[in-house]
Every structure is written in C-alpha cells, then in structure tokens.
Design a protein around this ligand. Structure first.
Ligand SMILES: Cc1cc2nc3c(=O)[nH]c(=O)nc-3n(C[C@H](O)[C@H](O)[C@H](O)COP(=O)(O)OP(=O)(O)OC[C@H]3O[C@@H](n4cnc5c(N)ncnc54)[C@H](O)[C@@H]3O)c2cc1C
Length: 469
C-alpha cells in the first residue's frame, strides 16, 4: 500500500502520524515539513520572547530521535508545492531538488501564516510572530548585542543563521504592536518585560473583540495600568522609515518607534491543494466530521481546515491548538481503520494580559448570535472568585448569552485575576452538550473557600440569566 503522507510537521501533522503508527505500525508514514522546526508550540513563543521560557528547545515536544522511534519518516526542509489527487502524488521540493511522492492517504496539516497587509511591513525591525524563527529574531533584537549569541537562544542546530543580524543590532526602546487580538495582547506583556515603551494600536473600538465588550475594557485598563499606551479605534495606515521602521502613521497621528510587531490575524495555508479540494467560506479546507476533504483519501486538519461549530452547526474556522492536535489524532485513527470524528469547535479560547485572565467560548456577541438565527439574551455579572472571607478572592466578571426561545446557552466569557480563564471550560462543556441555562444553573460544581464561593461564578451568572429569560 502507498504510504500515509502528511504535509506539515507540527500539531496536526505529527499527531496524525504518531497515532497511525501506534495503531498500524506496519503502515509507512512520511511527513514533509518545509521548515527546520517540527513538533513545536507557537503558543509559547510570546513567553519565549518575554524571557519566561528560556530556550527554543523548551518549546518543542518531540525530538528527532523520538520521532524516529515512532517509525515516522520525517523530512525537514521539504516543501510540498503541489498535489495531484488524480495521480495521488505530491510534488515535493527538498534540498536535492523536486520529486514526486505517491500517497495512499494524504493529510494536509499546513497550518496558517501571519497576515501582513500593512504598507511598510517589509521594513527592518518589523515582525510578525508565527513560528520559532520569528520568535528567535525578536528575542535576538531585544538582547544586548554584547550578551547575544545564537547559542543563548537554546535552539540546538535548528535556529536560522539570519538571526545573527538581529542580535547585532541596538535593542529598541519603543515598539508598536499593531493589532489587539490575543497575540498582540500577549506581546505587549512580552515587550514590557524588556522595559520597552509599548504602543498598542487597535482599529476596532475594543481589544479582544471576539471575547465580548466587558473583557476588552478590563484588558485595556490592565494594559494602561502596566504602562502600555493603548490606541483604540486607531487604524495604522502605514509603517515608514529609511531601511528600518521609524514611525507608525495612524488615523490619529504618528508615533516614533524603533520596532513593530504586526499581529493582525492569520490566513490558512492551502496552497498545495487549493485547486484540488473544496474550500469553505473562510478560505480554509472544507471537511466532513472525519476530516475528509472533497477528494478521495485526502484529509485536512488544524489551522488549514474548517470544523463544525458546536453551537451553530455550521462550518467555522477557528485556528487553535487543541483543535489541531485532536483532529490530527482522530484522522490518524481513521486512516488506521478506526473511524473517529475530529470533534466540533466552540471557539473556546483563553488568554492573559499581565495578571488578568480571560476566557471565551461559543457565541459571545449578540450580533453573531442573531446572524446564526438565535434571539440572544445576555447578562454580565460581577462575582468573586473565592469565598469573600478567604484571602485572594478577586472580582470575576461572567457574561453569558442564551437563546430566548429555547433557553439554550449560546456562549460566554469570563475575566478576572484569580483563575478566571479556566472557568470557561464549564461553559464550553455545557455548549458541547447543548444545555439550557436552567440545566447549567443546576450543575453540581465543586466548592471549597480557596477555590470558589458556594455558588461558582458561572452558576451565579446562569441564575441571573435564567431570571432574565
Ligand atoms: C503566537 C501564537 C500564539 C498562539 N497561542 C495559542 C494559544 O495560546 N492557544 C491555542 O489554542 N492556540 C494558540 N495558537 C494557535 C496554535 O499554535 C495553532 O492553532 C496550532 O499550532 C495549529 O497547528 P497546525 O499543525 O494546524 O499548524 P502549525 O502549527 O502552523 O504547523 C503547520 C506546519 O506546516 C508546515 N508547512 C506549511 N506549508 C507547508 C508545505 N507546503 N510543505 C511542508 N510543510 C508545510 C509549516 O512550516 C508548519 O510547521 C497560537 C499561534 C501563534 C502564532
């Protein structure tokens, strides 16, 4: 039988490859990765830039030896440039030139790439953060040249030599962060740790808009308290400078900077298959509940693929880590003969801004809920994270949205300083099982003073929402 071929050697790709080899050790599995890094955590890169995570290798999970022990034929620096679903071949460009690889089953696990729509985005000292090489370049720029060595990044032999250019430069004093989504917010904290003057520019009138209004306001307050200059409702028109970036030109005037991080979203990487399989409205690959594309024996998983939204039942594109790992693993099992659904997405996400934690899941904004055919009712409730008499209790704001007609919970967000983010998992679980607000209100959640008040913050909000319904 022709091999299981995987394009992309990270979360989705290696999860699939590993699962298939576990279930069917005799099947040949070949993974093509265009870069040098494999099995790495994008999610930890802001904390590597910050200096909280010391070395790049700490952000990797499987070593070359472990991948080999699993029996996976991994080819780094091999880019899949084309796929023929008629011939069942992948055209691969590697260090020794181009060749055709036949497949029995194929998985597209090519992830996403940072969007770079800003004029001046190609100036020196302007970065996006996507992958370990970009994280290495930013950290190299922040280090004092006298202290910088490639080895200090802890990347083994995988760090791109280009990083030396950045390590030799004078570290910046003022940095612009363009985009107030989760990467922008995390990077404000990272740059602040290096004592930079940080300016955050956000075109919409709220930070983290997908978390709902009250979360954005709290994050804005926290960033401002920490010394970040937050420019809300401010569109960056261009970055300008002579060689390196010197100025951010915005709808509200110009600000002098000596570095910029552009974090304005990602786009799915579908290049090798874009003319071979159906794409969804988002531009990511359309798949069924087993991750199968419109082409026979071709699957897609992770940031390059859509998934079914558990609340709307429609296809949605939510490029996040668990979705990728889970879908990859499920596809590995399916290819081995054990049909396993990839699972739905609720858009559950958590992020922190300094000490403030935020979580969101499902449909948080009423407009979005109306578009999906619901009649949304929303409550926002301020509660405490622990019993009032127990040290460390912090204000915790819960927002819940439900459908008036059915009483079904549609989504929610939580913000606060004391383990607020992980509380969103209760709401996510309720969404997955299609619970009504009434049912959520009666959930038997844990209580002891160090962890929660008697009525957990989610239960308090459900009680108030039930009253309103
Ligand atoms: C800065 C940052 C922070 C994040 N933080 C979080 C977080 O806190 N929580 C969370 O849930 N998610 C987070 N994410 C998102 C999460 O990292 C992704 O959802 C996840 O990595 C997706 O896995 P993937 O395997 O689909 O894609 P990727 O991890 O992007 O891997 C795709 C791989 O395919 C390779 N590739 C692409 N095209 C080709 C080709 N043609 N041939 C060969 N190889 C190719 C790429 O080089 C890449 O290595 C973050 C992302 C970023 C950028």
């Amino acid at each position: 039988m022709n091999p299981f071929v995987v394009i992309g050697g990270d979360a989705a790709g290696l999860s699939a490859a590993s699962k298939l080899k576990r279930e069917d050790p005799d099947r040949e599995v070949v993974v093509f990765e265009k870069g040098r890094w494999v099995s790495y955590a994008h999610c930890g890169t802001p904390y590597f830039v910050k200096g909280e995570v010391e070395s790049l290798v700490d952000l990797t999970s499987l070593s070359s030896d472990e991948i080999e022990e699993r029996g996976i034929d991994l080819r780094r620096e091999h880019e899949a440039v084309d796929v023929s679903t008629d011939e069942k071949t992948v055209t691969v460009r590697g260090p020794d030139g181009e060749f055709e690889q036949r497949y029995g089953d194929l998985l597209l696990a090519t992830g996403a790439r940072a969007a770079e729509p800003i004029e001046g985005g190609d100036l020196d000292n302007v970065f996006t953060l996507h992958g370990l090489d970009s994280a290495a370049r930013i950290r190299a720029l922040l280090e004092e040249p006298s202290e910088f060595t490639v080895e200090s990044l802890g990347g083994g032999g995988y760090v791109d030599e280009d990083v030396v250019r950045y390590g030799d430069r004078t570290p910046p004093e003022t940095v612009a962060v363009v985009g107030g989504g989760y990467v922008g917010v995390e990077m404000c904290e990272a740059f602040d740790a290096w004592d930079l003057d940080v300016h955050l520019f956000q075109r919409p009138d709220s930070l983290l808009p997908e978390f709902g209004g009250s979360v954005g306001e709290r994050v804005e307050e926290t960033l401002a308290e920490e010394g970040v200059e937050v420019h809300i409702g401010t569109e960056v028109e261009k970055l300008s400078g002579d060689g390196a970036v010197e100025e951010v030109v915005t709808s509200g005037g110009s600000v002098s900077v000596d570095a910029a991080l552009v974090g304005v979203g990602v786009r799915p990487n579908v290049g090798p298959v874009e003319n071979e399989v159906e794409l969804g409205r988002s531009g990511a690959v359309a798949v069924d509940r087993y991750g199968r594309t419109s082409a026979e024996n071709v699957y897609a998983a992770g940031d390059c693929a859509e998934a079914r939204h558990v609340v709307t039942g429609e296809s949605a594109w939510v490029p996040l880590g668990l979705t990728a790992n889970r879908a990859g693993r499920a596809i590995g099992a399916t290819v081995a003969g054990e049909h396993t659904p990839v699972g739905g997405v609720a858009g559950t996400a958590v992020v922190k801004a300094f000490d403030l934690e935020c979580g969101r899941t499902g449909l948080v904004n009423e407009e979005e809920a109306r578009e999906a055919g619901f009649e949304p009712v929303t409550v926002t409730v301020d509660t405490r994270s622990r019993s009032g008499y127990y040290p460390g209790a912090a204000e915790t704001t819960v927002r819940l949205v439900a459908d008036r007609g059915t009483g079904r919970l549609l989504g929610g967000s939580i913000v606060g300083e004391d383990r607020a983010a992980v509380r969103i998992n209760t709401v996510a679980t309720a969404l997955e099982s299609g619970m009504t607000v009434d049912e959520v209100e009666r959930l038997d959640l844990g209580y002891a003073p160090p962890f929660s008040p008697v009525w957990d913050p989610v239960l308090v909000a459900a009680k108030v929402l039930n009253g309103k319904l």
